[in-house]
Design a protein around this ligand. Structure first.
Ligand SMILES: [Zn+2]
Length: 114
């Protein structure tokens, strides 16, 4: 499942970060998921709870924040409302997706560093 492979990759990244910083434990992590990522927050949480056992994230609660998709003009940066034609009314440039893209971003990791 999509969510499971994302969680697996996420925990891998946290472990790498913790190792790099010589952390003793992870106390929490927060993650940002774009609206268009097709991630089900509940399923993601379940996947996380399944995977974190036995990893450095075992005691770390997960905060998941969904970012709604938003577009701006690629030239003049004017915001382009969703649901309309994805092209700037002023200069005709195509809209660029700002947030809510299909990225999963690791926002913060609360590490216990000696
Ligand atoms: Zn424009």
């Amino acid at each position: 499942m999509h969510e499971y492979s994302l969680v697996e990759a996420l925990i891998g990244r946290v472990e790498a970060e913790a190792r790099k910083r010589g952390a003793l434990a992870v106390h929490g992590l927060s993650v940002r998921v774009g609206e268009l990522a097709g991630v089900d927050p509940e399923l993601f949480q379940t996947a996380y709870d399944t995977f974190r056992a036995g990893t450095i994230c075992a005691q770390a609660p997960l905060t998941l924040r969904r970012v709604p998709a938003s577009w701006t003009c690629s030239r003049c940066r004017a915001p382009i409302p969703r649901g309309e034609v994805l092209r700037c009314a002023a200069c005709g440039e195509p809209a660029r997706l700002d947030e809510g893209s299909d990225a999963l971003t690791l926002d913060a990791v609360d590490l216990e560093v000696p």
